[in-house]
Design a protein around this ligand. Structure first.
Ligand SMILES: O=C(O)c1cc(C(=O)O)c2c(n1)C(=O)C(=O)c1cc(C(=O)O)[nH]c1-2
Ligand SMILES: [Ca+2]
Length: 689
């Protein structure tokens, strides 16, 4: 290993390694707090752009860069990696794993990547198509690569690997597409798989199965699990991990059920949903050496709303009721902020950080007190649920300020309507497999529940006091889906916004001290580092991810569209670089052919659209600034061209695969008629404004 290789000791001491940012959450506790203080309340007004670089993809940018000894490494959409001189911005190398474009259809929430891990002289990258790749840090050359998921199934990797003592941990996503959640450990040297941990039962457990899976199997009903049925159960490990070196426990966050509707995943005798369905929506502690189960805490028993607990897991030592506690903190999608004892998994507190209507609170045993009206898998009736499927907080990292004792949460409000779908069947090939009718209420988009929900769309930076169990201050943003966070010893909190700003706030009060016009929505979290004693702040700018390609499309008509430019921005005191002038957003005019199809054809097309198209092209076909707006597609007037794309997969290299395995030509044409109908609705609305 070279002098500046990453070893166990460097990872253990990452917090005091001021100059660098050597792992995803900065330290094993994943606190995203840097002690650097050159940029502070007094000096921040002098913060300016040091350098920037435009990325070669316009899809979601979610990565946390790593910085080691003067070099900055960042990943982009489509799992590409770029290395720069961290002070000058000179590009040193770039690596493209050439993820097949058609992989995009397996990704629920954009073709994103959140970062790499470092060990020795190498970087470890998870790719969207399910490979783990070891790259030489100096050159970007591939040392080895291997598939770490079943690539026949709809597994994808979007999260950053983590490393403990030469073991690389990586999970995967796909719970909207019928997979069985798991994560695994690999030897950083040889790439050998050391162990694999499944988060949900397969349905065939017996007395030889691991005890924790036997216990889990008892919490599922109906014997519908299994690869034959196409119901994998879900529980994907697509983002958060943290490690406590003293307790030697690795913590992972587990995702939602597959399908979402528990009535189809774990039906009781009367056909309604039943059982806690362990270990969905749980935090699990395992031994990193062996993958042995140690404890779990389930945030949402019987999950049915896509309430993942994959959100940021953060460790800290806090004084609670006069006692020093080793805690684990999480703000999962379900809207409650949890403080757990990380030695035992015992519940300490759980309090709503955004408005919540699915539960009235968490009882003393750590179990939610549910609202029966939002138990849609039991009532079989539609309900508006808060938070919605994107949560009160998603993957965007939080940050901790030890001096203030605050956790900064990039929170939002986006309630959602869930309408149980009758006679739903899994489609293991394609389509959003959730067991809800996602088209319900889509027509027309500006009436009914969508308007009601739009009224609740809010974004908020919350400075949460985990001991007092309430916010100390909050900052309101113009809308949801704002950037991840960084806290610093300069007593600053940095955050990018959907409103195209990159801001610095006073960590104690929330006062905005500095703002930069980023020319694009920003979702990724910033980092900070030094080179030759000079402090830099870096953030990967660009709009994308789940909200951007789905819900946000709805807002485009209401407010200005969120701008989308993929660019790495790096700042320092006295920086004088200038971005090129902002270019105008060019939009193809809304000029559809007349809508002449029957109401039945349009309704059938709308239903297929909701299951197969909306996840990327937005509900009600309203489009986004990330992916094509189908209402403006030239193929609407050309049925043969439409078949060529949707049925035959003419654009598969760009991610638009063939849907012929799931949809007949007739169904594909009904989707075209639905989009024509929607485009005409919106053209009328636009002319009335
Ligand atoms: O269930 C899953 O397997 C899974 C995976 C992912 C992912 O890997 O990005 C997301 C989600 N679910 C999800 O529910 C979600 O809200 C989400 C947002 C994002 C994003 O990057 O913006 N990914 C994901
Ligand atoms: Ca999910």
């Amino acid at each position: 290993m070279s002098e500046d290789g990453i070893d166990a000791e460097r990872l253990l001491n990452a917090q005091s390694d001021d100059a660098n940012w050597i792992s995803y959450g900065r330290n094993y506790e994943e606190q995203r707090y840097s002690p650097l203080a050159q940029v502070n309340a007094e000096t921040v007004s002098d913060l300016g752009l040091a350098w920037f670089d435009d990325m070669d993809t316009a899809r979601g940018q979610e990565a946390t860069p790593l910085v080691m000894d003067g070099t900055l490494y960042v990943t982009t959409a489509w799992s590409k990696v770029k290395a720069y001189n961290a002070a000058t911005g000179e590009k040193l190398w770039e690596y493209d794993p050439e993820v097949p474009g058609e992989t995009a259809v397996k990704a629920c929430c954009d073709v994103v990547n959140r970062g790499v891990a470092a060990w020795g002289d190498h970087l470890f990258l998870g790719t969207l198509d399910g490979r783990l790749i070891k790259l030489n840090r100096e050159t970007g050359a591939v040392a080895w690569e291997k598939a770490v998921v079943d690539q026949e199934k709809s597994y994808t990797i979007t999260g950053a690997p983590r490393i403990v003592d030469g073991k690389v941990f990586i999970g995967s996503g796909g719970a909207e597409f019928g997979v069985r959640g798991n994560f695994a450990a690999f030897d950083a040297g040889s790439g050998e798989e050391l162990w694999r941990f499944y988060t949900v039962p397969a349905g065939d457990e017996d007395e030889n199965s691991p005890e924790y899976l036997q216990a889990a199997a008892k919490t599922w009903s109906g014997n519908v699990l299994g690869s034959e049925s196409g119901i994998g159960g879900g529980g994907t490990v697509w983002d958060a991990m943290a490690y406590d070196p003293e307790l030697d426990l690795l913590y992972i966050g587990v995702g939602n059920g597959s399908p979402w509707n528990r009535a189809y995943r774990s039906p009781g005798e009367d056909g309604t949903g039943e059982g806690d369905n362990l270990y969905l929506s749980s935090v699990i502690a395992v031994r990193p050496e062996t993958g042995e189960y140690v404890w779990h805490y389930q945030t949402t028993p019987g999950e049915t709303w896509d309430f993942t607990a994959t959100q940021h897991i953060m460790l800290a030592d806090l004084e609670i009721d006069g006692e020093q506690r080793k805690v684990l903190m999480q703000a999962p999608k379900n809207g409650f902020f949890y403080v757990l004892d990380r030695e035992t998994g015992a519940f300490i507190s759980g309090d709503a950080y955004v408005p919540v209507n699915w539960a009235t609170g968490i009882d003393a045993n750590g179990r939610p007190i549910e609202n029966p009206e939002t138990r849609i898998d039991v009532t079989g009736k539609p309900a508006i649920v808060a938070p919605g499927a994107l949560g009160g907080h998603n993957w965007h990292p939080m940050a901790f300020h030890p001096g203030e004792g605050l956790v900064y949460i990039p929170a939002f409000e986006a309630a959602m309507m869930y309408a149980p779908e009758a006679d739903w069947k899994p489609d293991p090939k394609r389509g959003f497999n959730v067991g809800f009718d996602l088209a319900a209420g889509d027509l027309p988009p500006d009436e009914g529940f969508r308007t009601e929900i739009a009224g609740t769309l809010k974004g908020r930076l919350i400075a949460w006091d985990p001991v007092a169990k309430k916010p100390r201050w909050t900052v309101e943003h113009p809308g949801p889906w704002n950037g991840g966070l960084l806290a610093t010893g300069g007593n600053l909190v940095f955050q990018g916004t959907a409103g195209s700003e990159f801001n610095a706030y006073n960590a104690a009060t929330g006062d905005k001290l500095w703002s930069f016009a980023a020319q694009t929505g920003v979702v990724a979290p910033p980092i900070t580092y030094t080179v030759d004693g000079e402090q830099y702040v870096a953030v990967l700018a660009g709009w994308g991810g789940a909200y951007a390609i789905t819900v946000d499309g709805d807002l485009l008509k209401r407010k200005a569209p969120v701008r989308n430019v993929s660019r790495l921005l790096v700042f320092k005191l006295g920086g004088t670089a200038q971005l090129p002038a902002e270019t105008d957003m060019v939009q193809t005019p809304l000029d559809p052919p007349p809508s002449r199809a029957s109401a039945d054809v349009i309704a059938a097309g709308g239903k297929s659209y909701a299951r197969y198209c909306a996840v990327c092209h937005a509900p009600a076909a309203v489009g986004s600034t990330v992916l094509p707006d189908l209402r403006r597609s030239g193929a609407l007037v050309n049925p043969a061209a439409w078949q060529n794309i949707v049925h035959d997969g003419a654009l598969k290299d760009r991610g638009m695969v063939s849907f012929s395995e799931s949809l007949s030509k007739e169904e594909v044409d009904a989707i075209r008629e639905f989009v024509i109908f929607r485009a005409n609705q919106d053209k009328v609305m636009a002319s009335e404004q």
